[in-house]
Design a protein around this ligand. Structure first.
Ligand code: ATP
Ligand code: MG
Length: 568
């Protein structure tokens, strides 16, 4: 066992409640010291950041305790499940850095065993075939304050039940005409215990079992037994299953089989984000986003295309911890984990999002030079590169103001600034379009003695701006993203509306005349950069073509530039 018990005891404050439970279980040899978890997705959509929390938890605990974690697809619903989802789920888990070895399981692998167990319960008088329609079943169920009423079919004989169940399985009856139900207690205060449905008739092809079955187990009938078959020790699920636990316990006890221990934890919710495969499916189907991997989506695929790293997501899942109470995490916590990771790994580069032409009048027309630029301000091991400088440059439109307010330290008529890694320049003139009055270019002079960005006379400038050489720049498409929803809680909607009303109309801005320094012309798809002063950018693996990278802005910077300013 990897964990050191003395260490975990002394650390009990910082260990979350599931770790503490496992420590206790191990101390009392409850599962003979075994730790065996599983991640059980339903293959009906793409994984999202909420699933990442569960993946990190289940695989993380197994690794921590020297145990195992299975991947199990809970594929009990043939009409909503597809191979595409299975492939993407496996891909996402691997990308997050986890490995289930050869333990890839499917609830559908257990259909035969589940069927045999259902027969066992019928024989024991603990399950019956019910002919109530779905609507009647609901009506008989009662409410939170009123008990339910027994189905008129509840007292069928074992023989009749066995016969009908067999015929259900043989395909004799149409969809929805009969169900198999557990005979528990229609007056139970827990609605899940009021004779829950175990099997429904569904003449539908299953992505793995094909047409072998026309009855399918309900999730609640399949889930606990699947855990039991796999001899899971700690069956970790989200809080909404807490009141299903008595039912899972009832099934396992009635069958007399191995009994895993279910532990519930709070699901992840994030501000400005919905968190449900069903809602993501709606966003995709209704064309509100460009697909499951749209960089605004909190799906793993979306985050990945946005430029998130597995390291950042894992750090986030560790940082938020595991609790028993539902809460909503500020999405900025996720972004901050990302910045911390990218700050270390992303080489710096210069790019201009909204270019404004600058002509340096006293710089020779037919000359260029190369200036040295560090790839990382704090990590010399990342080396440096040569950046071309010439008479015509681009700067960011909003780094120039013709009539600046007092504290505007960037470029303005008569004002001197530093061009990063290059020279001090002073603005001397502004050229405008005679009809629209829009600024088309500005003119500057440079001080040749300030090469590299420092003046020998010790003179200071208050602003440093980024730039690219017009002649050397590469034209690129740059995509800026903002929160997909404009409300902190996107599910907070007026009566009669759906969550689409809270979509942020400005969540995507496409800039078609971005300019990047020449070194980025052949930037590798899937690589990260920090564009100085602008944020972290990711070369979109999906839309970039050789020589024409498309940059997704992963996230804005925060204080990085402020720190740089201090240093200069
Ligand atoms: P969704 O509502 O998005 O479909 P789900 O819970 O139905 O989510 P499953 O495929 O059943 O999705 O989930 C697989 C595992 O991931 C389950 O153990 C579930 O508890 C966990 N999980 C799902 N959403 C979250 C979340 N937001 N936070 C933590 N764990 C989650
Ligand atoms: Mg589900």
């Amino acid at each position: 066992m990897k964990s050191d018990p003395s260490n975990s005891a002394s650390n009990s404050q910082s260990r979350h409640f599931i770790q503490q439970m496992i420590d206790t279980d191990n101390a009392t040899a409850k599962h003979a010291g075994r730790v065996h978890t599983r991640f059980p997705p339903e293959p009906n959509g793409y994984l999202h950041i909420g699933h990442a929390k569960s993946i990190c938890l289940n695989f993380g605990l197994a690794a921590e305790y020297g145990g195992l974690c299975n991947l199990r697809f809970d594929d009990t619903n043939p009409t909503k499940e597809e191979q595409e989802y299975i492939d993407s789920i496996k891909n996402d888990i691997r990308w997050l850095g986890f490995d289930w070895g050869d333990r890839e399981y499917y609830a559908s692998d257990y259909f035969e065993q589940l069927y045999q167990w259902a027969v066992q319960l019928i024989r024991a008088g603990q399950a019956y075939v019910c002919d109530l329609t779905a609507e009647d079943t609901r009506e008989h169920r009662g409410t939170l304050t009123e008990p339910g009423t027994n189905s008129p079919y509840r007292d069928r004989t074992v023989e009749e039940n066995l016969d009908l169940f067999e015929r259900m399985n043989a395909g004799e009856f149409p969809n929805g005409s009969r169900t198999l139900r557990a005979k528990i207690d229609m007056a139970s205060p827990n609605l899940n215990m009021r004779d829950p449905v175990m099997y429904r008739i569904l003449h539908a092809s299953h992505h793995r079992t094909g047409d072998a079955w026309c009855i399918y187990p309900m999730y609640d009938w399949a889930h606990g037994q699947s855990d039991s078959i796999e001899r899971i020790t700690h069956s970790i699920c989200t809080l909404e299953f807490e009141n299903h636990r008595p039912l899972y316990d009832w099934y396992l006890d009635a069958l007399g089989v191995y009994h895993p221990q279910q532990i519930e934890f709070a699901r992840l919710n994030l501000t400005y984000t919905v968190m449900s495969k069903r809602k993501f499916l709606l966003l995709v189907k209704e064309g509100k986003v460009e697909g499951w991997d749209d960089p605004r989506m909190p799906t793993i695929q979306g985050l990945r295309r946005r430029g998130y790293t597995p390291e950042a997501i894992r750090a986030f899942c560790t940082a938020i911890g595991v609790a028993k109470f539902n809460s909503t995490i500020d999405v900025s916590v996720l972004e901050e984990c990302l910045r911390e990771d990218l700050n270390e790994r992303a080489p710096r580069a210069m790019a201009v999002l909204r270019p404004l032409k600058v002509v340096i009048d006293n710089y020779p027309e037919d000359e260029d030079e190369l200036l040295e630029a560090a790839n990382h301000p704090l990590n010399p091991a990342m080396g440096s590169r040569q950046v071309a400088f010439s008479r015509e440059l681009y700067i960011e439109r909003d780094d120039f103001m013709e009539l600046p307010p007092k504290k505007f330290f960037r470029l303005a008529p008569g004002q001197e600034v530093r061009l990063r890694y290059a020279y001090f320049v002073t603005c001397t003139d502004v050229v405008k379009d005679p009809t629209t009055g829009a600024i088309t270019e500005i003119h500057c002079t440079y001080d040749p003695d300030t090469r590299g960005g420092n003046a020998p006379d010790g003179r200071k400038v208050k602003g440093t701006i980024h730039w690219v050489s017009a002649k050397h720049a590469v034209d690129v498409e740059i995509r800026l993203y903002d929160h997909l929803f404009r409300k902190e809680n996107p599910d907070d909607v007026p009566d009669g509306e759906d969550f689409f009303v809270n979509l942020n109309p400005n969540s995507l801005e496409i800039l078609l005349d971005g300019k990047v320094e020449a070194s980025l012309g052949d930037a590798e798809p899937g690589s990260h950069y920090q564009f100085e002063r602008l944020g972290y950018f990711y070369v979109d693996p999906k839309t970039s073509t050789p020589g024409r990278p498309v940059f997704n802005r992963t996230t804005t910077l925060r204080d990085t530039w402020a720190k740089l300013k201090e240093k200069n």
